[in-house]
Design a binder for this molecule. Structure first.
Ligand code: ADP
Ligand code: MG
Length: 696
């Protein structure tokens, strides 16, 4: 553990009270907090003569200005020649030339850093410095290091005129004086078994590396530590849940189930649905509380599976809660489910944020008294005011929109209820082990038979007329179309086509003989809902929309989707969007409009033309955009890794998971002497989960 008196950042050389305050706003108060700031990049410390070896790399040089050329035109770089005893080089420095002229004097010594570039067909290399920094001669002790880390810290710090190499110096000073205090984070056994460095060494090598190999080795150790603690939380949670014998055993399977499948359902379940229902039923029968993730592509029919499970829970005398990420979705589920439930005499209600107080109070009372069997809702469900009579079964739809804590809060409203979380976003394995590591997993890997696969095509601006004509032809054959735009108005600088503006053009000009509707995220939900209802009933031919239709909307007759500015979306998001069509028996089409494509974004979109497999798309998407972006902001709080990288660290994730699960198996309460260090650190990082050890 840490000594009681930790060194504060304020007292590190180069900081002072103003900067200390800015650091603290970033969550950095003590010297050792700085050690966990991971370098954004490393500069190669090079002599000018050797720069040819580092074309396109980030390099630091130090030298004397021997010549300068101030251009007469604005927007041209100032050219200065720098000599360091080995050779000289021309540096292009951008910015106000008047200021540059005053700043640079022949004979001055400077540190320069940036990318070395070589123009095609020119023999000279150049240093193109979009970003140059001056330092006092004393700062040249940075030149002792072969690789110099640079860090990105933003926020208030920017206002304190801290420069990138300034920050490096501050972190170096902190390390010099305080790294001795760094203790171990893992047990000796785990360090040896996984070939890790000691923690202190890994920290030093991260900030003072000698080679790329060292950086990577150290990163692996730090990444392992991060992943390990997350997996430990999973392991402890899984154990505390599965050890309880206090869950509900849903024994009875009554006549409602039979009626549901023989009279109400208009189709035969797919084999995958049957298999998954079997898996869930056996969990429900057992006395251990169920915690299961149901993954299945859009349209694979997860909702019916959930209905089946809820019927069992209700027949056994329990209430069910069904949580959806948006009001539209909650409304939509309400409609689908009440169709089934009401004909079976089951009382179903909905709770959303936008409801009138009076209405809401009535609903809350019915939930509390047990009169209501099934409650559908948004986050509104997890508020303190919501009390259940006998909550036994929970469904969480589109789980990736909710955090682990929200799941836990809903769970706490029942008596060890069974939990089924559903997601239509297939998730790469590193992510599912990280986010859902405490869950059992069922997968629906088959679409209902009546589905035709969706034909997907990328189209350019010059094809626009043809695309419009195509949509018109499909509409005249009785189909309906979605036209999706990335944002809702033209407030953004970029010339994005907005749904609102284009709705005007589409409805008044291009399709002025057709019925066109509009929905977007800033409309009141009942207006959205009314419009969707019109579309669903065939009163509209075309629905112009933003991504509010991304999840869940189910209109089988809508068979065409046109996505504008498709390159602005993530692949998984496009796949989700595309899932709004292909829900009926007709051939469906998804047209991705994208103009001025860079090679990378075309390649990206091509994946959608070629594959309809959500898992393939998800893997690619995560590799291209990184896990944070891929997963969306809501959950990125739980994914804040500094050294670990979920896009590439699958092996580390698996190793960390294995170590953590084995540890909990062998020493569930982390009582062994060697494990005290783990117990202490776990307590520090996962405050909410500490009682898991106690409960264990
Ligand atoms: P998702 O997995 O995306 O939530 P849904 O449960 O909303 O999918 O199902 C999509 C549509 O397919 C719904 O209209 C549903 O009634 C229908 N459906 C579900 N299962 C089957 C099946 N086995 N055969 C035919 N249609 C089905
Ligand atoms: Mg669904």
């Amino acid at each position: 553990m840490h000594k009681s008196k930790k060194a504060e950042i304020a007292y590190i050389k180069g900081v002072g009270p103003k900067r200390a305050e800015a650091f603290e706003k970033l969550g950095l108060k003590y010297a050792d907090d700085l050690f966990s700031v991971y370098p954004r990049d490393y500069l190669i410390n090079s002599k000018i003569r050797s720069l040819v070896n580092y074309i396109d790399k980030n390099v630091l040089i130090s030298g004397e200005i021997i010549e300068k050329y101030i251009p007469r035109w604005p927007n041209h770089p100032t050219k200065i020649a720098v000599y360091d005893g080995s050779a000289s080089i021309e540096c292009l420095v951008w910015g106000n030339t008047y200021y540059r002229d005053k700043q640079f004097k022949e004979g001055d010594k400077y540190l320069f850093w940036g990318k070395v570039s070589k123009k095609p067909f020119e023999s000279n290399i150049q240093f193109d410095l979009r970003d140059h920094k001056k330092f006092e001669p004393g700062d040249e002790d940075l030149l002792k290091y072969p690789l110099i880390p640079v860090y990105i810290l933003s926020g208030e710090l920017k206002k304190t005129w801290i420069r990138p190499l300034n920050l490096t110096k501050i972190i170096f000073n902190a390390l010099k004086n305080h790294s001795g205090e760094l203790g171990e984070l893992l047990s000796r056994k785990i360090i040896t078994e996984n070939n890790l460095m000691e923690h202190r060494l890994a920290v030093l090598r991260t900030h003072y590396p000698h080679s790329d190999e060292e950086i990577e080795q150290a990163r692996q150790t730090l990444a392992f530590e991060e992943l390990f603690y997350l997996q430990l939380a999973m392991a402890l949670k899984r154990r505390s849940i599965s050890d309880e014998e206090s869950g509900i055993s849903f024994e009875k399977v009554g006549e409602n189930i039979g009626r549901m499948f023989n009279e109400l359902l208009g189709f035969e379940l797919t084999n995958a649905q049957k298999r998954v229902i079997k898996e869930i039923r056996s969990d429900m029968r057992s006395k251990k509380p169920m915690n299961r993730l149901l993954q299945g592509d859009v349209g694979s029919g997860k909702t019916i599976v959930a209905v089946f499970c809820m019927l069992i829970a209700i027949e056994n005398g329990y209430q069910c809660a069904f949580m959806a990420p948006t009001e539209i979705l909650a409304e939509q589920h309400m409609k689908t489910l009440s169709n089934y439930f009401e004909s079976l005499g089951i009382k179903i209600d909905i709770l959303t944020g936008g409801q009138k107080k009076k209405l809401r109070e009535g609903i809350l009372a019915d939930i509390k008294s047990g009169k209501t069997n099934v409650v559908i809702g948004t986050h509104a469900l997890i508020q303190d005011k919501v009390e259940f009579n006998s909550l036994g079964f929970i469904v969480i739809d589109e789980q990736h929109k909710f955090g682990v804590m929200q799941r836990a809060r809903l769970r706490a409203k029942g008596l060890n209820p069974d939990v089924l979380v559903m997601t239509a976003t297939p998730i790469p394995r590193t992510l599912s082990l990280t986010i859902y590591g405490d869950l059992d997993v069922s997968v629906i890997n088959e679409l209902p038979k009546n589905r035709k696969s969706i034909k997907t095509a990328i189209r350019k601006e010059e094809d626009r007329l043809k695309v419009y004509t195509f949509i018109r032809k499909e509409v005249s054959n009785g189909r309906q179309a979605y036209i999706v735009y990335p944002i809702i108005d033209d407030s953004e600088k970029l010339d994005l086509k907005s749904a609102v503006l284009h709705y005007e053009i589409l409805s008044k000009e291009i399709y002025n003989d057709l019925k066109v509707g509009l929905i977007h995220g800033r409309m009141p939900w009942n207006e959205i809902d009314n419009t969707i209802e019109l579309f669903k009933n065939g009163k509209l031919d075309i629905l112009v929309s933003t991504t509010v239709i991304e999840v869940g909307i189910d209109i089988p007759n809508a068979s065409i989707m046109l996505v504008e500015e498709a390159q602005r979306f993530g692949l998984s998001q496009l796949h989700q969007l595309r899932g709004r069509v292909g829900r009926g028996a007709e051939q469906s089409f998804c047209i991705l409009m994208a103009d001025k494509l860079s090679n990378l974004s075309t390649q990206r979109l091509k994946i959608l033309e070629e594959s309809t497999d959500g898992f393939v798309i998800a893997e690619t998407d995560m590799k291209l955009r990184g896990p944070g972006e891929f997963f969306g902001t809501r959950q990125s709080g739980e994914l804040k890794f500094t050294a670990a990288d979920l896009a590439k660290d699958i092996v580390l994730v698996e190793k960390a998971r294995e170590s953590a699960f084995r540890l909990v198996e062998a020493d569930p309460q982390l009582r062994e002497k060697d494990n005290t260090v783990i117990r202490d650190h776990f307590g520090m990082y996962y405050k909410e989960s500490v009682n898991l050890i106690k409960a264990g």
